[in-house]
Design a protein around this ligand. Structure first.
Ligand code: FA5
Length: 358
């Protein structure tokens, strides 16, 4: 097709539009015709998309002709649209149709997330990237999973480290998330990488950094050849990702019957920048991440051969991590229901996903 033939075709299209447009009685019909003519597969739309098929030297004039036709057709549609809109709204008001203020409004996404939930999502996301799964376990536990299987028999003085809420049915409210270590070993066997965020309970006096109901996040990695080096690397990565910078930490020997060796990993208090305040009891440090190499007795209880496999475990204080991350001075705010402590969800990474019950 040459430019003259194109002009002829465009003029036919315009005549056709003019003839049909006046007969259209509704905005919907007008919209349908517009899409038949100007839409990608419409008569004019196809021509607009065909500039590339014309010889190079003709493309300039073809483009001009097409654009002016496009403009004229768009004006025809706009003029008719304005007329139809006016007549439709006149018809509505004649029929008494007006805006109904009693109809329910459009729903708005309001609401915020608890700081512990926020930090939990973040930790889950970090560990999912490292190939860890997310598990859960029961809050009402047996003596066996909470203590015995973790190398804490009934006579062991370490039981006093975690004051326990005992229930009338002989069960207890779990004092830590560590029982899920055993449940996960039993359920999945080695190799194993999982984290277990969840609520814990201790019968203890509440102060700025101690609650009787708080959150921890257990971590467990078991495979051949896992060492303290893996443990430290993962702990450092975790804190760097949560705080988006290197965080001052100190590692000291720590005693937990279920790990050997065991460590206490403290982070510099973010409330006072390590100067000492009520939250860190003037020490400048917050106990946040006790950890260690899984004790061979614990591996055995989970049905894993300690001669073949080793592993590390940690018990992250999730509530304290949230305090450090969001600058919350007093842990008592966390369970107070004070809405001012909530975090805006758009700053967060996503919903809890892939949680499994162990
Ligand atoms: C434990 O609970 C061990 N199960 C952690 C562990 C797991 C060690 C695996 C080694 C291997 P601990 O009692 O220190 O340890 O508690 C762990 C963390 O939970 C503490 O560092 C602290 O951040 C948090 N935490 C403990 N008690 C409270 C409390 N009353 N209120 C708020 N946070 C607490």
């Amino acid at each position: 097709m040459d430019v003259d033939e194109l002009k002829k075709l465009l003029s036919e299209i315009k005549t056709d539009v003019k003839a049909r447009i006046g007969e259209l009685a509704s905005l919907e019909k007008l919209r349908q015709l517009e899409s038949q003519i100007v839409g990608k597969k419409g008569r004019l739309g196809e021509l607009l998309g065909s500039i590339g098929k014309f010889p190079k030297e003709a493309r300039g004039s073809v483009g001009q002709v097409l654009n002016s036709a496009k403009k004229e057709v768009a004006e025809l549609f706009q003029t008719r649209r304005t007329a139809l809109q006016a007549s439709e709204s006149a018809a509505d008001s004649k029929a008494g149709v007006t805006a109904d203020p009693t109809l329910p409004g459009l729903p708005r996404n309001v609401g915020s997330v608890h700081p512990v939930t926020a930090v939990q999502w973040e930790v889950e996301e970090i560990f999912e990237r490292l190939g860890f799964t997310i598990e859960t376990g029961p809050e009402m536990e047996s003596d066996y999973y909470n203590f015995e299987a973790l190398n804490i028999p009934a006579w062991h003085p370490a039981r006093d480290m975690q004051d326990t809420f005992w229930l009338e049915n002989g069960m207890l409210l779990r004092t830590h998330t560590s029982p899920v270590q055993i449940r996960a070993m039993e359920k999945f066997g080695p190799p194993l990488r999982c984290i277990v965020p969840g609520r814990c309970f201790r019968y203890e006096t509440i102060d700025a950094s101690h609650e009787n109901t708080f959150h921890q996040c257990e971590g467990l990695m078991i495979d051949k050849g896992i060492s303290v080096a893996n443990l430290i690397a993962v702990m450092k990565l975790l804190l760097r990702e949560v705080f988006h910078r290197d965080v001052a930490i100190r590692l000291r020997p720590g005693y937990f019957p279920f790990v050997e060796p065991g460590f206490e990993l403290d982070m510099s208090c973010m409330i006072c920048n390590g100067d000492g305040c009520a939250t860190c009891k003037k020490s400048g440090w917050i106990e946040i991440l006790p950890c260690g190499m899984v004790h061979p007795n614990v591996l055995k209880c989970g049905g894993i051969d300690p001669h073949e496999y080793t592993g590390f475990a940690f018990g992250l204080g999730l509530t304290r991590l949230a305090m450090m991350k969001y600058g919350i001075r007093d842990i008592r705010i966390m369970n107070s229901g004070d809405l001012r402590g909530l975090v805006h969800p758009e700053r967060l990474c996503g919903p809890l996903i892939g949680t499994r019950q162990c």
